[in-house]
Design a binder for this molecule. Structure first.
Ligand code: BLA
Length: 315
C-alpha cells in the first residue's frame, strides 16, 4: 500500500517479500511513471506497429551504485518513429521519467518530450511537443503544428503554474504549449499530470499519424540537422546529468546519455556542441549551465501563443 500523509512527508511502507515482511522506506509519492509509459505504448500500438529497438538488448535495466535504485529502459521504433525510448528511475529518494519520442527525419513533426523528476516533496516537470524548427521566428511551423493546440496548453497552464526561470537556450526547444512547472507532491497533482500526459501524447500521435513523408532531400536534411542539434543540446546540457552520474557513475551515465537517451548524437551529424552553440565556446569545458543565464521568470507566451520574451536574448 502506498499512501501519503497530510504534509506530503515520507512514509514507511510495509511490503511483503517471499521471506516475510520488510520495512522499506519509500518515497510517499503515489505516482507510478510506469503507468504513463504503459499508456503511451498502448496508444502507440493502436496507431502503428512498434518494433523493438536494437538498443533494447543493451539498455534494459540497471541498478544504481548503492544498490538501492533501479533504472528501467525501454526502446522501440516504428514506420515514422526513429526512436521511442523511456527511462524510469526509482530510488529511495526519487522517481524519474524521461520519455522522448523522435520522429524519422522524413517528418518535421515535433519531438514528444516528458521529463518528470519527483522527490517526496517536489516535482520538476517538462511536458511538451518540442518543436523541431524555430517557432519564435518561423510563423509557418508554429501555425502548422501548434495553432490548434493553444487551448490545450491554456487548459493545463491554469493548473500548472510556470516553473520559473530556466536555462535561456531551453526556451527555443519548447513550444507555446509547454508545461514547465514545479509542484508539490500530491495525488491530485499526479492525476492532472497523468491527464496532461495522455492528452499531449494523443495529440502528438495524431500529428505523427497524419504527417506526410517528405521527399525533398533538402527538407529531409534540414529536419535531420534540427534533430541532431536537439540531441546535441540535450546530451550535453541535460539537467538530469548530475543525478545520473551520482546514481551510476560518470562512465555509465555518459554512455546512457549519448548512446541511449540521446542516441543519434554521434551518428546523425558531425557538428559538435560548440558549432551549434558558439556562445558556449569560451566556457571552461562547457561546464556552465548557460552563458546567457537563466531567464523567463514567467510564461513567455500570451493566450494566443505569441512569444512575449526578448528574442535578442536568444541569439
Ligand atoms: C531541472 N530540467 C530542469 C530544468 C529544466 C529541465 C528546464 C530547470 C533548470 C534549467 O533550466 O536548467 C528540463 N530542459 C529540460 C528539458 C529540456 C531542456 C526536458 O532544455 C529539453 C529541451 N531531469 C531529467 C532527468 C533527471 C532530471 C532524467 O530529465 C534526473 C535523472 C533532474 N531536472 C532535474 C533536476 C533539476 C532539473 C534535479 C533541478 C536541478 C537543476 O536545475 O539543475
Amino acid at each position: 500500500t502506498i499512501g501519503i500523509n497530510s504534509s506530503g512527508e515520507w512514509r514507511r511502507r510495509r511490503s511483503s517479500t517471499k521471506t516475510g515482511y520488510s520495512n522499506i522506506v519509500r518515497c510517499c509519492n503515489p505516482v507510478s511513471y510506469k503507468k504513463f509509459v504503459d499508456f503511451a505504448l498502448d496508444q502507440t500500438t493502436t496507431h502503428t506497429h512498434l518494433l523493438p529497438s536494437p538498443l533494447q538488448e543493451k539498455y534494459n535495466s540497471m541498478n544504481s551504485k548503492d544498490g538501492k535504485g533501479e533504472l528501467s529502459m525501454l526502446s522501440f521504433q516504428a514506420a515514422k518513429i526513429r526512436l521511442l525510448r523511456s527511462l524510469i528511475i526509482k530510488s529511495e529518494t526519487m522517481q524519474v521519467l524521461d520519455f522522448t519520442v523522435f520522429p524519422k527525419a522524413e517528418y518535421d513533426t515535433p519531438i514528444f518530450c516528458a521529463n518528470f523528476f519527483t522527490t517526496a516533496r517536489t516535482n520538476i516537470v517538462v511536458l511538451d511537443l518540442n518543436p523541431l524548427h524555430d517557432i519564435i521566428n518561423q510563423g509557418d511551423y508554429k501555425e502548422k503544428y501548434f495553432k490548434s493546440l493553444i487551448p490545450l496548453g491554456l487548459k493545463y497552464a491554469e493548473h500548472f503554474p510556470w516553473g520559473g526561470k530556466l536555462t535561456s537556450e531551453s526556451i527555443k526547444f519548447f513550444s507555446p504549449i509547454v508545461i514547465w512547472t514545479k509542484f508539490t507532491s500530491s495525488p491530485q497533482n499526479y492525476d492532472i499530470l497523468y491527464s496532461a500526459f495522455r492528452d499531449y501524447y494523443k495529440v502528438w500521435l495524431e500529428m505523427v499519424g497524419s504527417a506526410v513523408k517528405e521527399t525533398d532531400e533538402s527538407q529531409i536534411l534540414r529536419n535531420l540537422q534540427a534533430q541532431h542539434r536537439y540531441l546535441t543540446w540535450r546530451a550535453e546540457k541535460d539537467p538530469g546529468q548530475g543525478v545520473l552520474k551520482k546514481l551510476i557513475g560518470d562512465t555509465l551515465a555518459k554512455d546512457l546519455l549519448r548512446n541511449f537517451l540521446f542516441n543519434g548524437v554521434d551518428e546523425l551529424g558531425s557538428k559538435k556542441f560548440s558549432d551549434y552553440f558558439p556562445q558556449y565556446c569560451c566556457d571552461e569545458d562547457n561546464k556552465k549551465r548557460s552563458t546567457i543565464g537563466k531567464s523567463f521568470e514567467s510564461r513567455p507566451w500570451d493566450a494566443n501563443g505569441e512569444f512575449l520574451g526578448n528574442i535578442f536574448k536568444l541569439r
